[in-house]
Ligand binder design. Structure first.
Ligand SMILES: [Zn+2]
Ligand SMILES: [Zn+2]
Length: 141
């Protein structure tokens, strides 16, 4: 995690602070694509994401273990956050300099539409590989 950085949505009503990781990743899953209207490029901010008082942040629970944050005034994509609040992936586009975060990974690569691709070397994982990584180590059920 780096220093605290600030960011904001399109209309400026949602201003935030967070301590982003130095590198970013994209998720090609259908939920992230529909949520962001494109390729969701997020940077891990752990539990450091904070909003200024009065920010009209809306939360959409998109699965049993994750939720989507967006601006209730302008609709800007803000972040994916784990249900327990311990993990967050904030859109790099909200920060003043998105170019500071190299995009080093692509997850759910098997769900990427065939019509576009990132240039350069990235670490690619399929949806099954990602789910296996995060699956709780339960026996049976
Ligand atoms: Zn907004
Ligand atoms: Zn996704």
């Amino acid at each position: 995690m780096s220093d605290v950085q600030t960011g904001s949505c399109l209309c400026g009503a949602c201003t935030l602070t967070a301590k982003p990781a130095p590198e970013a990743g994209t998720c090609h899953c259908s939920m992230c694509r529909k949520f962001s209207g494109g390729m969701f490029i997020g940077v891990q901010c752990g539990d450091t994401l904070r909003f200024d008082d009065g920010a009209p942040v809306k939360v959409y629970k998109s699965s049993d273990w994750g939720e989507r944050l967006f601006c209730g005034a302008c609709g800007s994509t803000i972040a994916w956050r784990s249900a327990d609040g311990k993990m967050s992936a904030v859109s790099i586009m909200l920060f003043d300099d998105p170019g500071q975060f190299p995009v080093v990974s692509e997850i759910f690569h098997d769900e990427k539409p065939a019509s576009y691709a990132l240039a350069g070397e990235t670490h690619k994982m399929t949806g099954a590989e990602v789910l296996a990584m995060f699956a709780p180590p339960e026996e049976g059920a």
